[in-house]
Design a protein around this ligand. Structure first.
Ligand code: HEC
Length: 150
């Protein structure tokens, strides 16, 4: 009886989500998805930034955790810009993205590559290396926003 109930509930959940689609099929959801990823990028980066600026005591394990998160998070937003219908816009994405998709994607790849360097610096425990890697990583944000974000 209990098993049957669980099975029915599961089936309902699965069919509802299949009906609703996902961020990888529905343009409107893809905007929420990529903005959520950017928010997580911002917060993880900000915590490292606070330590680099000595506003929060340096904690090697915490820096590594944030940098590990960033190495994954920086790979996430981009596919949400090529969901069918995404080029119709939404969010703060500028139309220029879809006119220069190659440039946009190469900047996205650069961010993810710099996140890996940041993680390596974080894991090394060398604070001077961390500061340098953090500066390079952070420069990607403004450069792309200036050209592609409203
Ligand atoms: C390759 C281009 C690119 C790079 C690099 C980039 N962003 Fe963005 N970012 C965008 C675009 C485009 C948007 C607008 C997305 C939207 O509204 O759909 C955005 C939006 C955001 C937002 C707002 C999300 C929201 O809730 O509306 C934040 C926060 C953000 N980015 C943080 C960052 C940080 C921090 C970095 C650097 C570590 C970064 N971004 C790097 C292109 C980029």
């Amino acid at each position: 009886m209990k098993k049957a109930l669980v099975a029915t509930t599961l089936l309902t959940v699965i069919s509802v989500s299949a009906y609703a689609g996902s961020a990888f099929t529905v343009a409107k959801d893809s905007v929420t998805y990529r903005q959520s990823a950017f928010q997580l990028i911002r917060h993880n980066m900000a915590d490292i930034g606070d330590m680099v600026k000595n506003e929060v005591p340096y904690d090697a394990a915490r820096v590594s955790k944030r940098a590990t998160a960033l190495a994954t998070l920086t790979t996430l937003p981009w596919e949400a810009f090529t969901v069918p219908g995404a080029e119709q816009g939404g969010g703060d994405a500028k139309a220029e993205i879809w006119q220069n998709l190659q440039d946009f994607n190469s900047r996205a790849e650069k961010l993810a590559a710099d996140a890996l360097l940041l993680k390596a610096a974080a894991d090394s425990g060398d604070q001077a290396e961390l500061r340098k890697a953090f500066g390079s990583f952070a420069r990607n944000c403004k450069a792309c926003h200036d050209d592609y974000k409203n």
